[in-house]
Design a protein. Sequence first.
Length: 343
Amino acid sequence: MTAGATKIESGDLTYRVLVSLNEETAELADAFNLMADTISEMVENISNDRDTISAVLNTMADGVISIDREGVITLINQTAAETFIISAADTVGMRISEVIRDHEILQLYAKCLQSSTLQRAEVEIPETRSFLSVTATPLGQESERGALLTIHDLTGLRQIETTRKEFVSNVSHELRSPISSIRAMVETLEDGAIDDKKVASDFIMRIQKEVERMTSMVDVLLELSRIESGQEVVNMAPLQLKPKVEEAIELVKRSEGTEDLNITSEIQSDINVVAQSDKLLQILVNLLQNAIKFTSTDGSVIVRSRVSDKHVLIDVEDNGTGIASEHLPHVFERFYKADRSRR
């Protein structure tokens, strides 16, 4: 019996005592084996619960860090490790101050321990350009077991909020210019210029252009709304790439008044793609207009293509001012502008 107790104490929960013929010893052996069964079942349940909790923590969208009263990390899930760009396995056992250098988060943890109350704060991490909502929850009475940090990433929401503000600002500015121009011309016409046929005709033509400009902006906004809501109808069909590129070049030259600018196409005539014709044309025109905007009149713009697996990559290359390296990571952010003063 003593040997059996030693075996179980050392972790061998499969060991069972042989039942003897002696009635008194048999009862004791049965009780011992029943106790061993109970302990084994409890350990298995605890192990299963631990695995379940571990799986839940590692699939959570929010980061979780458990810290004891001495500031030592006792648990950290994968999301938290990715948020702070650290290794979850190597972090357990380290002090929180060695892993997270942000003063606000450390202060939040300390305040939670001192007050034994839940603490919340929004924190910006400059190194990763991220915004976090951090909650510190005391563990046990008087925070005797430390605190639990829950980290929710607000970066996406902040980016959307910033984008919306910039979008409203940009649209307001873009609409204000033609509206002001139309108002000025209408007032001039009302003051007597309408009697001058030449002036009146010129003003009416300019008003028409400004109205078309505003209509185009509204159409773009409506199209963007349809795309984001999934209501945009996409009709893909095979087409030759070279004629579509040449059509875009001609449109841009006429609309931008840059007939003398050297815009060339190096697209091969045998390249066919599957695309929506009008949308492809719109994309090409947008890229060419952007290239022209930052290229001097004696510069050049070249359109090239290259085949990659089953896709065709289109490059629009210019020898203009280019984009500063610090702005390159944000090229595909909607409404992002390197020069904030430019509208």
